[in-house]
Unconditional design. Structure first.
Length: 280
């Protein structure tokens, strides 16, 4: 069985967020325990499994995502990685769209002429909430605002500035004690973002932590940008923005807000193409 590792939301190898992708020949998934065991063995933030849906009029592939410890309802970077693999295999042509049936409904990805892949995801619902107790203990700094994201299941915390966000030294056990399995910290881009360092320009920054799901810090989190896009688009009064996830690997996500849908754009690079020597 073929297994590929793809760096998603990456302009160069070994940046962005790596995801393993396994395309299955059968029209059904193996047992959950076997899917989880391989995801644990690979120990990437996500392993994506997909199989074709020849009789589904609304979707082309079934798609599931597993962290090293659990299955999740939505994952942006592993969806981008799966679309990239389909494109490599000649199953997603330029200007075409592929539809995935997932635990979060039908999601789609399209391939742009320049090779960029664009995901079409539901926009998260943001509800302002009080900053939870324990934020300073978890991150060593205070948040200026907080939002619940509804069914997305993430807590979004706004920090004072980009410098504060980049210098965080989180305590994983204290982050795991906060009232959400995934915690997103974000801030407006510094006024000089990209100019001095030679990095591409960006409009906002983020970091994402999910220690209770086996991910101390996620390198680039596409799904988090379905909440960051409405937050910063309304703040900056622009529908299309560029977000930088300032992890050690770093990655850029182009966001376009379209009401109840958010488009997430990025590039992907295959870095490993291997054969699984055991049965899944």
């Amino acid at each position: 069985m073929r297994l590929r590792t793809v760096d998603a939301f990456a302009a160069a190898p070994y940046t962005g967020n790596p995801a393993a992708v396994v395309l299955l020949d059968a029209n059904a998934f193996p047992e959950d325990s076997r899917l989880q065991a391989l995801a644990g063995e690979l120990n990437l933030s996500e392993t994506a499994y997909a199989h074709p849906l020849p009789d589904d009029p609304e979707a082309d592939w079934a798609l599931r995502w597993f962290t090293p410890t659990t299955e999740v309802d939505m994952c942006g970077h592993a969806t981008l990685a799966t679309a990239h693999v389909l494109a490599d295999d000649g199953l997603l042509g330029e200007g075409e769209r592929v539809r995935f049936r997932t635990r979060s409904g039908v999601l789609s990805a399209s391939r742009e002429p320049d090779g960029t892949l664009t995901l079409d995801f539901p926009t998260a619902e943001l509800t302002p909430v009080p900053v939870p107790d324990g934020v300073r203990q978890a991150f060593g700094t205070d948040a200026v605002a907080a939002w619940d994201t509804g069914t997305l299941g993430m807590l979004v915390l706004e920090l004072a500035d980009e410098k504060t966000l980049r210098e965080l030294a989180p305590a994983p056990a204290d982050v795991a004690a906060l009232p959400a399995p995934v915690v997103v910290v974000t801030a407006a881009a510094a006024s000089s973002s990209g100019s001095a360092s030679g990095e591409p320009g960006h409009d906002f920054v983020s970091r994402v932590f999910a220690p209770s799901q086996g991910i101390p810090e996620d390198p680039v989190t596409g799904s988090a940008h379905t909440a960051l896009a409405p937050l910063w688009s309304r703040r900056l009064d622009r529908d299309t923005l560029t977000g930088l996830q300032a992890s050690r690997r770093t990655g850029y996500v182009r966001t376009t807000l379209r009401g109840d849908r958010t488009l997430l754009g990025g590039q992907a690079i295959t870095v490993l193409d291997a054969a699984l020597r055991t049965q899944l």
